[in-house]
Ligand binder design. Structure first.
Ligand code: SAM
Length: 190
């Protein structure tokens, strides 16, 4: 029932590392077509399906349009790097804060590996700036990157701001792809 096979990457990561729990609020960056948001809605109990556990919240943002999904709030046709988008996100979040930032964002690939790598690293670094405003202390950030010469820069920036940073290569990612994820946990409060 998932909109996209990418769901299995998040399911795999979450089954192993338990980043989504009932009651958490989640920002899903690069959410279209919405499969990660579907997983997040289920795992944080955003619909309140299980009345015995807390109800969470999911906000998905993308440059593209996204079909509505019960339990999620979507901000479509919005660039995460745009300060206007960032203000809107803050206004849409409960108390302006999130527990978990997910990013499966990918820029339109030019085919020039080095350039695509750099663009994605820059998107992630921008997200790290946004996290300083919206991420709760001890919060989590999971972000996709394409490996290349600037990966270590992103990794060291994450290590400055989070207590626990690890690299994940899900089985569900195609073996030949340069795609990996950084999972950064325990955000240090400023
Ligand atoms: N996780 C999604 C799912 O499971 O349905 C798939 C995400 S897809 C691999 C990457 C998405 O990142 C694209 O839809 C693209 O439009 C979005 N994206 C790329 N740059 C973005 C930006 N600056 N702001 C918001 N979304 C962006």
């Amino acid at each position: 029932h998932y909109r996209c096979r990418s769901a299995f990457k998040l399911l795999e990561i979450d089954d192993k590392l338990h980043i989504l729990r009932p009651g958490l609020s989640v920002l899903d960056c690069g959410a279209a077509p919405g499969a990660w948001s579907q997983v997040a809605v289920e795992r944080v109990n955003a619909l309140g399906t299980d009345p015995a556990v807390p109800t969470g919240f999911v906000l998905g943002v993308d440059l593209l349009r996204i079909s509505p999904l019960e339990g999620a709030v979507f901000l479509p046709e919005a660039d995460i790097a745009d300060p206007g988008t960032q203000r809107t996100i803050q206004n849409l979040l409960p108390a302006g804060k999130v527990d978990v930032i997910l990013s499966d964002m990918a820029p339109n690939a030019t085919g020039i590996k080095e350039l695509d790598h750099q663009k994605l690293i820059n998107l992630c670094l921008g997200l790290l700036n946004l996290s300083q405003i919206i991420l709760k202390p001890k919060g989590t950030m999971l972000c996709k990157f394409w490996d290349g010469r600037e990966s270590h820069l992103l990794q060291s920036r994450l290590k400055e701001q989070f207590q626990d940073v690890r690299t994940i290569k899900p089985q569900a990612s195609r073996k030949d792809s340069a795609e990996s994820y950084y999972l950064a946990r325990l955000y240090k409060r400023k």
